[in-house]
Write a protein that binds this ligand. Structure first.
Ligand SMILES: [Zn+2]
Length: 433
């Protein structure tokens, strides 16, 4: 919010070969032109399906220790599907202190994609302005106003709060009297906190603005066919389904499932073709990998701030994962991590027992480590979030010799300390097919 403390956007573009690439990128030097990119490289057209309310049988009051209860927040699904928890882990988590600790115990996340997009645009459009609007604060303000029920959302409400902020009013003052604002700010930050920021990314030289091109000795831009690096402020989280691969989905969070015992569905299914490259939504560390009788071949990836556990399940039989991965690996947002399939619902490893090939995608929020593998896991409805993330889908390229897929455009997510390894096709890329 405070414009003089805000780092300025860099527009440094450096030829790939440059040995001092990183050093340059880290220098914050304001340069005239501006490249605001929400949609990275291309856009998405996906079929959107009907939505429906989760059919939760259970309700539970929101408990935020010290903050009282927000009665609007209820509807905790009772049981979970394929959480990625190792089956040997019986979760004997008698954590006596956790009851006393002050952390969020429940989050309903129901912000529609339209509201996410609009708030996001307010944020990126004001990034270089004197007053930089923060999309999560705007959404937290509205969430507080609506008692957490975004079915009440109206665009005009967002216009009203952004207009106030743009006159110079501070959110801290506006929200000072709103008892639950800190809760919504923390809850929505847990969901969205890793998605928007500055990062470096490659774009095709042919699409690069002049300031992004390499220069000759007279400072004139040299056109190039190569990719060039730019620094952007924008959406750095990706759709879990690679660009150019069709999928269908609908709001299936909380629907009932019958394998094993009756459970509710704590994730979101994206139905597509077997072999579709599955993409890391956010950068993180591989925490779970291997067979789970519900999820089949699955991956659990924890965000580097520890607050989000991304769960990708039913991956392809025989070749579920990108070969670079193992437990503990750091993946970068936009990397290929595996392949869509139909494994799972069997205690026998490597079994296809899912009728319709799909990616089961889930996001678990973790405010306290005791929540991770417990009866109090917080899984959120990702349907609208996935719709929002579909504006940023990673383009992939196949290595014909190994059949492995790789990302086309490299990225440097500053969330990864020391930077991530590039995921580049071994013999330098042909044109993406
Ligand atoms: Zn599922």
């Amino acid at each position: 919010m405070d414009s003089d403390k805000k780092p300025r956007l860099i527009h440094l573009v450096i030829a790939l070969e440059s040995a001092v690439l990183l050093a340059f990128l880290l220098m914050l030097t304001p340069i005239g032109g501006r490249l605001t990119l929400s949609e990275n490289v291309g856009s998405a057209e996906n079929g959107e399906a009907e939505s429906g309310a989760p059919e939760d049988g259970e309700t539970e009051r929101l408990e935020k220790a010290g903050g009282g209860n927000a009665e609007e927040n209820s509807g905790q699904p009772k049981e979970k599907e394929d959480s990625g928890r190792p089956e040997s882990d019986d979760g004997a988590d008698g954590q006596p202190d956790s009851e006393q600790k002050d952390y969020i115990k429940w989050v309903d996340f129901d912000i529609p994609a339209d509201a996410l997009k609009k708030a996001f645009r307010c944020d990126i459009d004001t990034y270089l302005a004197d007053i930089h609007l923060n999309w999560i604060e705007i959404l937290a303000y509205l969430g507080t106003q609506y008692g957490g029920d975004f079915s009440r959302y109206k665009e005009s409400d967002m216009d009203a709060i952004t207009a106030r902020l743009l006159t110079g009013e501070k959110m801290a003052d506006i929200a000072a009297e709103m008892e639950y604002y800190p809760y919504y700010l923390e809850a929505y930050t847990a969901v969205l906190g890793g998605m928007v920021g500055e990062y470096q990314v490659e774009i095709p030289g042919a699409q690069a603005p002049e300031f992004a091109l390499p220069k000759d000795e007279n400072g004139n831009p040299i056109p190039t066919e190569d990719n060039v690096w730019v620094t952007k402020y924008g959406l750095k989280a990706f759709s879990p389904i690679a660009k150019n691969y069709p999928y269908t989905d609908y709001d299936d969070f909380g629907a009932s499932r019958d394998y094993g015992f009756h459970r509710v569905h704590l994730g979101h299914d994206l139905t597509g073709q077997v072999g579709t490259p599955v993409i890391a939504v956010e950068s993180g560390r591989v925490e779970a990998m291997g067979w789970n009788r519900y999820g089949g071949w699955r991956l659990g990836i924890r965000s580097l701030d520890g607050q989000r556990y991304y769960y990708y399940a039913h991956l392809r039989k025989n070749y579920p994962y990108h070969k670079s991965l193992q437990e503990g690996s750091i993946v970068q947002a936009g990397d290929v991590i595996g392949y869509l399939g139909r494994t799972g619902y069997s205690s026998t490893e490597n079994t296809n027992n899912i009728e319709d090939p799909h990616l089961h995608f889930g996001i678990q929020l973790i405010f306290d480590e005791s929540q991770k593998d417990s009866d109090h896991e917080i899984w959120i409805d990702c349907h609208e979030l996935i719709k929002f993330l579909s504006i940023n889908r990673a383009e992939t390229v196949k290595d014909e010799s190994t059949k492995e897929y790789y990302r086309v455009y490299q990225m440097k997510d500053p969330a990864i300390p020391g930077g991530a390894a590039e995921q580049r096709i071994p013999e330098q890329a042909d044109a993406p097919s």
